[in-house]
Design a protein around this ligand. Structure first.
Ligand code: HEC
Ligand code: HEC
Ligand code: HEC
Ligand code: HEC
Length: 439
């Protein structure tokens, strides 16, 4: 897993909350809209976004292309489809090759239909600017020098500053949607495991923009805790949707295995490591639903509404129990959870996350760590990314001491999770438990 570096020296900034927003049921994502994607080359001019170094007097950095092409793995997402790992995956799946298969291109490139590809569009650019920012045919001309973001959005620019919209977009590839999905069969063919946390992944992409006064004038800025929360709510929604989708939820007599904890099945048999995880209520030898998003949501919801948090915890345990009974019981429990969590995006969007939430969220996460709830890798990984999001938000709000005292434990925790197959739970737990919670 990638390590997140938290900058502790940043100036104190006020916490901004995004206004209440509805999550859209059918995401209006760049890949599915009708705007022509002109091509990365059209963004990369040296006086546009292809400058070698940031422009001092400009509102945007203007070297975004250089950051993307040199440091952002999205720029090589297409070329990886030609490497040995992809060749093996393609061969195992019976595909002629990976770089021409829609099943791979849909996530590893800006795979819009032929009639939506402009003259300089190249599929080999991978996940290019317009795969995230939207097909630019209607805004390319007008956005140059124009600071009217709303006008650009009206002309088809995707509003990535909105954490809800951002989560929907990133997760469409980092988890999948009903058009594209990495099934256990694709994993079995050799695809790497996927994990995602919106605030952390936004930071490590790496960011090709700076949030300064000028940015705040033009765009909404969500607090990192809010970004984390909204990302978790939408990730859970996607996971439950996949579970309940007749096309994706089952594979023959088995449920779709990517929805379950990988290490419930994939681990060494010579080193027994089973231990109870209290809130699952499950005994040994049972395949666990991957509840890592639920573990995070429980902490988040409890901090905002204790009663609802308790309901969520109860329904999570009920879901685990139902998974040992029947598909029907499992689906019924999943629907109950969907009902309870349906308003979380609105709840998190409407909450003004601020310094008062730091202690509550850290205490919640550390408390669950102490109750051995993060003994599955997926849960530990989400907890660590969540803690990083909270600590990073503290740093941004000027709570330097919180960020500084957490640096060393966070580094140790990231090191403990570095090797997926040989992660060190004891080291992870003691590192996390040594993070001080501010009063
Ligand atoms: C639903 C979206 C999705 C689909 C479909 C998909 N991938 Fe991926 N793939 C990803 C994401 C996201 C990652 C990065 C995972 C991470 O590091 O968190 C990735 C990573 C990879 C990697 C590792 C890249 C590296 O830098 O080492 C390979 C290889 C790969 N995919 C090949 C394929 C092939 C071949 C197919 C088609 C059979 C395919 N993928 C289909 C989303 C997808
Ligand atoms: C994986 C998704 C992704 C890709 C690919 C991507 N961006 Fe971005 N970009 C973002 C996000 C997220 C933001 C921050 C939210 C915002 O300001 O809209 C952003 C912000 C920006 C900004 C706004 C800076 C500001 O101050 O308002 C510019 C300009 C930009 N990107 C240009 C580019 C260019 C040019 C490319 C291609 C070379 C590119 N981006 C590729 C996700 C992406
Ligand atoms: C069109 C599909 C697509 C979209 C949209 C997308 N990604 Fe990705 N992302 C990928 C693929 C594919 C990879 C793996 C690339 C590789 O390693 O070659 C990846 C890799 C990454 C990585 C590197 C992960 C690692 O383990 O190395 C980060 C971080 C990331 N994406 C963040 C984001 C964020 C944040 C967003 C939303 C703003 C986003 N992505 C949107 C497809 C996508
Ligand atoms: C219910 C048990 C179960 C779960 C949960 C599960 N798998 Fe599997 N996995 C299997 C089985 C069974 C195979 C096939 C083994 C074989 O062919 O020998 C397999 C095969 C694989 C392989 C191919 C291994 C090889 O030797 O080539 C990969 C990679 C893989 N799974 C990844 C994952 C990932 C990633 C997850 C979680 C997202 C996951 N699995 C969840 C049971 C599971």
């Amino acid at each position: 897993m990638l390590k997140r570096i938290i900058i502790t020296g940043s100036i104190a900034l006020l916490a901004f909350a995004a206004g209440p927003r509805e999550s859209s049921a059918t995401p209006d994502l760049p890949q599915y809209r009708s705007d022509v994607h002109v091509g990365v080359t059209s963004c990369a001019g040296s006086t546009c976004h292809g400058a070698a170094t940031p422009f001092e007097k400009s509102v945007v950095l203007q070297n975004e292309y250089v950051t993307w092409s040199q440091k952002d793995s999205h720029a090589k997402a297409y070329t990886v489809l030609m490497n040995d790992a992809s060749k093996r995956i393609a061969a195992n799946l019976g595909l002629a090759n990976a770089h021409e298969a829609d099943i791979c291109l849909d996530c590893h490139a800006d795979n819009v239909p032929a009639n939506m590809r402009g003259q300089v569009f190249q599929i080999s650019d991978g996940v290019g600017c317009e795969a995230c920012h939207g097909g630019s045919i209607r805004w390319l001309g007008q956005h140059v020098g124009v600071r009217d973001h709303a006008k650009n959005v009206a002309a088809g620019m995707y509003p990535l500053e909105d954490p809800v919209k951002r989560a929907e977009l990133c997760l469409s590839c980092h988890f999948g949607d009903d058009n594209k999905f990495v099934t256990h069969r694709i994993m079995g063919a050799g695809h790497p495991r996927m994990s995602f946390e919106l605030d952390t992944f936004t930071a490590i992409q790496p960011a090709h923009y700076v949030i300064d006064d000028d940015y705040r004038k033009r765009k909404q800025v969500a607090n990192g805790m809010q970004t984390w929360a909204i990302g978790q709510a939408i990730a859970l929604e996607r996971r439950v949707d996949a579970l309940l989708d007749p096309k994706r939820g089952m594979d023959g007599i088995f449920p779709e295995l990517v929805l379950f904890d990988c290490q419930a099945c994939h681990h060494s048999l010579t080193e027994p490591r089973w231990q109870a995880r209290p809130s699952t209520g499950l005994g040994p030898g049972v395949v666990r639903f991957d509840d890592s998003n639920l573990l995070m949501l429980r902490v988040l919801v409890t901090a905002l509404d204790a009663e609802k948090g308790a309901t969520l915890a109860r329904q999570t345990t009920a879901l685990h129990k139902a998974s040992t009974e029947s598909v029907e019981a499992f689906h019924t429990a999943a629907k109950a959870l969907k009902e309870t969590t349906g308003d979380l995006v609105a709840m998190f969007s409407g909450h003004s996350f601020g310094s008062g939430d730091i202690a509550k969220l850290l205490a919640g996460l550390l408390g669950e760590a102490k109750s051995a709830e993060y003994s599955d890798y997926a849960g530990a990984e989400q907890a660590l990314m969540g803690i990083s999001a909270v600590v990073s938000a503290a740093a941004e709000m000027g709570m330097k001491d919180v960020a500084e005292t957490a640096q060393d434990p966070l580094a140790k925790a990231f090191a403990a999770l570095a090797k997926y197959d040989a992660w060190d739970y004891a080291a992870f737990r003691s590192a996390v438990e040594s993070i001080p919670v501010p009063n």
